[in-house]
Design a protein. Structure first.
Length: 246
């Protein structure tokens, strides 16, 4: 089963997706981390944010996402960049890199490969981003589009940066989010938009546990529908880790 969680910056999709995956025992695929890592490679190599430069970069890029004991570990050309991709500079660069067609094409292919490998093994995957339910997996089993008012989103992002030891004003964070929203919504390739069949989840007044429970319930409902439509062939049950408990 594939779960697609989309939405703008600060809507809570990353934290929710990660905790939902933990709750149901499935793989969490952080697509944002993939774009941030490519963006970091642009910054490290000092190249322009153009499609031409991206073609050369992608041909030699070695990107790897691993699940470590402390969570997701991101490797770039053999180096652990898990912390570096969360800096404001990498965040800003990722928003620019994500507009490049060659980057999106390469990463979408990789996202599909990783997710299909999981489902082929009988497992589930929870993916979050801005075009998962519309472009990457338009046939995802569960689609959620998370939103929140601008003030709540800015406060969340500001709190996240503060927890990381970064010093930045709330106004600056709000301005950055507004710019990213505009860029994401108007880019020519895979713009941010809600899939027609996605469930909209407004997280403005919800805490993280509520957000996770709402999505887990959607997964449970979809599993019940699928089980009801599938003839029972044997008395054997799937491993508990593969399906969320009721």
């Amino acid at each position: 089963m594939i779960v697609a969680i989309d939405g703008p910056a600060g809507s809570g999709k990353s934290t929710t997706a990660r905790r939902v995956a933990d709750a149901v025992g499935w793989l969490y695929l952080d697509t944002g981390a993939m774009y941030r890592t490519v963006a970091l490679a642009f910054l490290d190599r000092g190249i322009a944010f153009t499609d031409e430069a991206a073609d050369g970069l992608l041909s030699s890029l070695n990107l790897d996402l691993r699940m470590g004991l402390d969570g997701l570990q991101v490797m770039l050309d053999g180096q652990d960049v898990t912390d570096r991709i969360r800096t404001p500079e990498a965040t800003e660069a990722a928003s620019r890199v994500s507009t490049l067609p060659s980057v999106r094409h390469r990463l979408v292919e990789e996202q599909r490969r990783m997710a299909r490998q999981q489902t082929a093994d009988g497992l589930g995957v929870v993916m979050e981003g801005r075009d998962i339910g519309t472009v990457v997996f338009p046939d995802a089993d569960v689609k959620v589009y998370m939103v929140a008012n601008p003030e709540a989103r800015a406060e969340r992002r500001h709190r996240e940066l503060t927890d990381q030891g970064k010093t930045v004003s709330l106004d600056a964070v709000a301005e950055d989010i507004a710019e990213r929203d505009a860029r994401d919504a108007t880019r020519a390739v895979s713009p941010l938009r809600q899939a027609e069949d996605a469930v909209v989840l407004d997280t403005t007044g919800l805490d993280i546990s509520d957000q996770v429970e709402r999505v887990v319930e959607l997964i449970r409902a979809r599993l019940r529908e699928r089980d009801a439509a599938t003839p029972v062939k044997s008395d054997s049950a799937a491993p508990a880790a593969h399906s969320p408990s009721s």
